[in-house]
Each structure stands twice: as C-alpha cells, then as structure tokens.
Write a new protein. Structure first.
Length: 171
C-alpha cells in the first residue's frame, strides 16, 4: 500500500508541465525533488512552494541529456527523501517551432537528446527504486505529429511532436 503522502521526483520542474505539476502537488503535502537545468528558477520555486506545503521540497540542477547528471539527481533524491513513489519525467524541449523543413540538425539533435534520450536515462536511473515500492512513472505527451490541415499530408505540428511517439513503448 502506498503512503498518503508521496515522494515525487520531477524533471523539467523550472517551467511548463514540470512546474505545473510541482505547483499542483506541493499543496497536497507530498514531498518533491525538483530538477531542471535552471538552478535559479528552481530555488525560487522551492522558496515559494515550501510556504504552501508540509511536505519537503528539495531542488537540484539536472541535465537529462547527461547520464552522470541523471544518476546524481536520482541519488540526491533518494538521500533527501529515502525513497521514490512517483517520477514525473517532464523535461523536454520544443526546438524548431517553425515548419519542419526549417529545423536545423543542431536543434533536432538537442531535442531528441532531451525528449527521448533524457526520458530513457531518467527511467533507467529511477525504475529500480520505484520497483521496490511499486511506484509509477509519468511523462507528458504531445499531439500526433500530423495535425489536420487544408493540404493533404502536410505536417503542421512542430518537429518536437515527432520525438514523443518514440517514447510510447515505455508507457
């Protein structure tokens, strides 16, 4: 049986979906380990959320593109909270928001390293610990890569949506 108050690790917590999850979960009294590349934003969020919860809020910078960084973040989470019940893998990039034919190789590669490899590295580091307590993992998803269009088979979604379906086998 899971405890009423959970220990939750969140990547991408400095903005977007990760920040929204942290803001929604903190007032419920869960303990959160917040990670992102932006340390200043994390510290500001920690200060704000600590006033709204009885749970513990700890932060550490993490770059999900780096295996060493993800391992260090996971170790920090375990040392800070003792265990993990939930992992919210929200780190992601939306590079190339213009039409797909204009995305550069650098933008594409950075996006895939974060959105796909970052998710796999996060799961690889945290799953052994989640299995000990029957924990769960969650991550956001984008709409399908081809959206309705007035022209036949014209990809209109940003290229970032193409990186998300490759993560579906892990769902």
């Amino acid at each position: 049986m899971r405890p009423a108050k959970l220990n939750i690790l969140i990547t991408g917590a400095s903005s977007g979906m990760g920040e929204a999850c942290a803001r929604a979960l903190a007032p419920l009294g869960h303990s959160l380990v917040l990670g992102a590349r932006s340390g200043d934003k994390l510290k500001k969020l920690q200060k704000e959320l600590s006033k709204k919860t009885q749970g513990k809020i700890v932060v550490k910078t993490v770059d999900v593109q780096s295996t060493a960084s993800v391992k260090a973040f996971t170790s920090f989470a375990l040392k800070s909270l003792g265990s993990l019940h939930v992992v919210l893998a929200c780190a992601g990039l939306a590079r190339g928001l213009e039409p797909i034919e204009t995305i550069t190789d650098d933008e594409l590669e950075e996006m895939v390293r974060t959105n796909v490899e970052g998710l796999v590295k996060t799961l690889r580091a945290t799953l052994p610990h989640l299995k000990k307590v029957a924990g769960v993992t969650l991550w956001p998803s984008d709409p399908p890569p081809v959206m309705p269009s007035t022209k036949a088979a014209e990809p209109t979604a940003p290229p970032s949506t193409a990186s998300k379906p490759s993560c579906r086998p892990y769902a």
